[in-house]
Design a protein around this ligand. Sequence first.
Ligand SMILES: NC(=O)c1ccc[n+]([C@@H]2O[C@H](COP(=O)([O-])OP(=O)(O)OC[C@H]3O[C@@H](n4cnc5c(N)ncnc54)[C@H](O)[C@@H]3O)[C@@H](O)[C@H]2O)c1
Length: 308
Amino acid sequence: MKVSLVGLGKVGSAVAHAIVLKGLADELVLVSRRTEIAKSEADDLNHAAGLEEHSVDVRAGGDLDTADSDVILYCDASPAKSIDVDRYSAARDNLQRLHERIPTFAAGSPQAICVMVTNPVDVMTWFALQMSGFPQERVFGVGTLLDTARLRRLLSEKLSVHASDVRAYVIGEHGEDQVASFSTASLGGESMKPSEDLALLARQAAESAGKIYRTRGFTNYGIAGATMMILESIRNNRRRTAPVSMRINDYYGVKDVCLSLPAVIGRRGIERVLRPELNEAEQAAFHRGASRIREAIEVLTPSLEAVS
Ligand SMILES: NC(=O)c1ccc[n+]([C@@H]2O[C@H](COP(=O)([O-])OP(=O)(O)OC[C@H]3O[C@@H](n4cnc5c(N)ncnc54)[C@H](O)[C@@H]3O)[C@@H](O)[C@H]2O)c1
């Protein structure tokens, strides 16, 4: 399987390293504006790959070298304009770069699955879908998968169980209005009723990215893990269920924006979408997230039309 990784910052580097350690590609192309650094990073990763059982062939390249990819992972971003977590601060620049490059990616790899990591991920996914012309099952974003992992981790500590046994999803916007859908959460078949305690954990999970940003300036390991779960499910047709950002087709009245819902991920991308039942408070938060994304799309669209 050929994987192209576009954008080699803190996130892209962590993703590349994880791919090599886990053997999740046969061929890995690193695309970065800093070509000399990308070449050296490819060398370094090939040295690491030589110590593994599986072989991953890593090389640096330009946009055209992504041709015939099976999966394109998009992590390219302009430097954040805030020291706090502000997923919208670089939206215009990030979108402009995507707009300039996606025709090359789409023409070179017409059958690829495109996974968006760059923030604001719901907005970027929506535009990537429009600009690529790909079917919606092959363009999706990492969305609230990392938020879900953060919440499950906190729940696992509180309940003293393994995080992967906790059936709880964060859905909706990857941002302030993310929805911890406790009304559908369960552990060992026992449902978890929404409560003040659980709401507090959900708030802590939502705020954990900000806490890391304010000390470290970025997050990368968690997002690399989330991206690996998706890539592994595609490569091995694992059909894992993960909340990913996708175009919503009439869910509680929301349509034609990208937000996260749990989806079955396999060799063809999104194989099936799950539509959990939400209580009224959860529906309201889902709608607030949808409004924020819709508004961002409307604000950003004219700037793209001006350059096309
Ligand atoms: N979806 C999620 O859950 C999630 C989690 C963490 C980070 N992210 C997002 O991932 C994206 C990447 O984050 P990061 O920490 O790797 O950012 P970063 O600033 O470290 O790197 C971004 C990469 O983009 C390219 N780039 C951008 N501007 C450049 C310039 N002027 N010169 C050269 N190269 C340039 C380079 O390849 C650079 O390495 C961001 O949008 C971030 O918000 C998403």
